[in-house]
Design a protein around this ligand. Structure first.
Ligand code: NAP
Length: 283
């Protein structure tokens, strides 16, 4: 039995869809914070178990009988190390045979502020002694394509990534990688650095939007502090704005770049081209 946490999230749903191509639904458990959001998963015969990362007592029941667990990192930035610890502790008590975790690209050396909680979680997994596989996910291309309507409205892509190159991949690529790691043999001890096959700068990203939209969209590089203020003005919470601006700055020095092609090797096909993601987002 495989338990997937964060199963009602965007990545979680794609992981379950990918797993359903490999194992029967009755082998899958979706651990979800809100059962009401999981009706579509239950309709597929996936077992639904309620568990909140903030409630450690939920997790023994949620992981009962699990051979493998995919811990999808929480979206509650600043709370994540503590939240993930609750799942790791329960996985230890239940005695799972493989704990997979969605970490961040180059977690051990990354300069991104976002990487700190992932480093803490990786250390906690290591300390638990559980057999584990680390899926160090790079940037989702969707992090940028979601901003295309704003870029079209403003006539520009704003950021502080300079000419840094970004090896992003689509969520579906990372989801398929998780499904492979959860179903192939001999995954314990593996650490995957997962990123797109090709890279781009935000200047090239803006040019691609121009090409497909018929509107001239320039890339405007601004200081990190100004970008953070712009994100707050656009409605993002301060901590998230700070970490996203910090990530863009990290991109300027290569923190979102990787050319190892481990993701396409794992999923057995090229990663979704970033240009395709731009086209899809515009059409
Ligand atoms: P998402 O759509 O926001 O999903 C996050 C999931 O975490 C949701 O299922 C959410 O439950 C669940 N969750 C949050 N707090 C919880 C809690 N207290 N207890 C139980 N579940 C909780 O994010 P995503 O796009 O699927 O991405 C998955 C994870 O990757 C994110 O959580 C984040 O850690 C990380 N991430 C990575 C990138 C990247 O570029 N690599 C970008 C964004 C995020 P609900 O459905 O109930 O809200």
């Amino acid at each position: 039995m495989i338990v997937i946490t964060g199963a009602t999230g965007q990545l979680g749903r794609l992981v379950i869809a990918s797993l359903l191509k490999k194992v029967p639904a009755t082998e899958l458990v979706a651990a979800v914070r809100n059962v009401e959001k999981a009706g579509d998963l239950a309709a597929l015969d996936v077992q639904i178990r309620q568990a909140d990362y903030n409630v450690p007592a939920d997790w023994d029941g949620a992981l009962q009988g699990a051979d493998k667990v995919l811990l999808i990192s929480s979206s509650e930035i600043g709370q994540r190390a503590r939240q993930h610890q609750a799942v790791i502790d329960a996985a230890g008590r239940v005695g799972v045979k493989l704990l997979a975790y969605t970490s961040v690209l180059h977690a051990d050396t990354s300069v991104l502020g976002l990487a700190e909680e992932h480093r803490q979680t990786e250390a906690a997994i290591h300390a638990s002694g559980l057999p584990s596989v680390l899926l160090r996910n790079g940037w989702y291309t969707e992090n940028y394509t979601i901003g295309i309507p704003t870029a079209l409205a403003l006539g520009a892509v704003y950021g502080c990534a300079g000419d840094g190159r970004i090896s992003s991949a689509a969520r579906i690529d990372y989801a398929e990688a998780a499904a492979v790691a959860l179903t192939e043999d001999d995954q314990a001890g593996k650490i995957y650095e997962l990123a797109g096959d090709t890279s781009y700068s935000l200047r090239e990203f803006a040019a691609e939007i121009s090409r497909h939209s018929g509107h001239t969209i320039n890339y405007v590089d601004i200081p990190e502090g100004e970008y953070k203020k712009a994100l707050i003005a656009a409605g993002l919470p301060e901590l998230l704005a700070e970490l996203l601006a910090n990530s863009d700055s990290g991109a300027a020095t290569g923190a979102l770049f990787d050319e190892g092609k481990q993701l396409s090797q794992l999923i057995g096909r090229p990663t979704t081209a970033w240009e395709t993601s731009v086209t899809t987002a515009i059409s």
